[in-house]
Design a binder for this molecule. Structure first.
Ligand code: RUB
Length: 323
């Protein structure tokens, strides 16, 4: 196909890469939106060419960040039915299919967050102190819902170095009227854990065996919570469960530039200094009390069942083939 990738799609991809759009849910919706825009902007009449174009755009969008499976899952949800169907007759019909699937995904995603807020907020009691890490739209929604129910909830948020997503979290909470918010350096978690009733974090990916991939530092917090017997919850939509892991594929942990950690000139001056800057880590299932999803509260060990329910045994393989 000679069709260029539309400028708006290039912009969305670059926003995901540079983290102007960030957080696994938002990334997924942006991916679906990019495909809708791509379909709308296509001008040709050749169905095979359109399919090829959509495949290229899908691939381009998925390659922006490697860890959150919500992105390939969203993209696959939007494009796979078209790439698999042989009943589609023309480009107009194919375009409609992409646009409708993109809309459906975005709607589902918004509703899933609301549903998780409902379910998750029931776990919080009046007077609870919740600790969270990074910035998760889902976790913020859970806390906001509990506060809306009239519960008084205190929140401890970690800074989340090196990019300080904790600053986004405290702003969201304060803007929503949460009136007891404490920001702590990441390394202070063990110092404040005695005041914490529950830990709730988001997820970028949940594997078939119930391991949770989330912002680096999450697994340390899980360990600290376990040490004191504090419940550690993960709040996530089911499209963050990874069908790819069912057959043993490993989750790629994004490594970001050292300049997020140290200024460039300092790095340049010290050829023997290495900076390692992984963006995510893996929390093993035995440290996770439960996963709060839009289909209910599930033990991490039931992740494979969730994947089977969503994709079916055979379909899991199809999903891998299409994107
Ligand atoms: C964000 C992060 C979040 C999850 C869940 O990492 O780890 O906890 O993505 O977020 P980054 P949400 O800032 O590197 O994208 O609940 O909003 O999907």
């Amino acid at each position: 196909t000679g069709k260029p990738i539309p400028e708006e799609v290039v912009q969305i991809a670059s926003d995901i890469k540079n983290m102007r759009i960030r957080g696994a849910g938002r990334i997924a919706r942006a991916g679906a939106l990019a495909l809708r825009i791509a379909a709308e902007k296509y001008t040709g009449q050749n169905l095979d060419d359109f399919k090829e174009y959509i495949r290229i755009v899908a691939d381009y969008v998925v390659k922006t960040r490697p860890t959150a499976v919500s992105l390939p899952n969203a993209v696959s949800y939007v494009v796979s039915p078209l790439l698999r169907a042989d009943s589609i007759r023309d480009v107009e019909e194919a375009k409609r299919m992409i646009i409708e699937n993109a809309e459906k995904f975005m709607d589902y995603s918004e509703r899933a967050v609301e549903r998780i807020a409902e379910i998750g907020s029931r776990l919080l009691r009046d007077g609870d102190t919740v600790l969270t890490h990074c910035n998760s739209q889902v976790v913020v929604s859970v806390i906001k819902a509990a506060v809306k129910q009239g519960k008084s909830v205190e929140v401890i948020a970690t800074e989340t170095r090196p990019l300080f997503q904790g600053h986004i979290t405290i702003k969201m909470l304060l803007d929503a009227g949460v009136d007891a918010v404490t920001l702590v350096p990441d390394s202070a978690v063990r110092s404040v854990i005695k005041d914490v009733d529950k830990v709730i974090v988001g997820a970028d990916t949940v594997t078939a065996n119930g391991a949770v991939v989330n912002k680096v530092g999450t697994s340390l917090i899980a360990l600290i919570a376990r040490e004191r017997g504090i419940d550690f919850y993960v709040a996530t939509e089911t499209y963050k469960f990874s069908p790819y892991t069912v057959w043993g594929e490993l989750v790629v942990i994004e490594e970001r530039t050292p300049t997020e950690v140290l200024p460039e000139d300092v790095i340049a001056k010290n050829p023997y200094l290495k900076v390692f800057n992984p963006s995510f880590d893996v929390t093993p299932p035995y440290l996770v009390t439960a996963i709060i999803t839009e289909i209910g509260l599930i033990p991490p060990q039931a992740s494979l069942l969730v994947l089977e329910e969503l994709y079916g045994r055979g379909a899991i393989h199809d999903t891998i083939q299409t994107v």
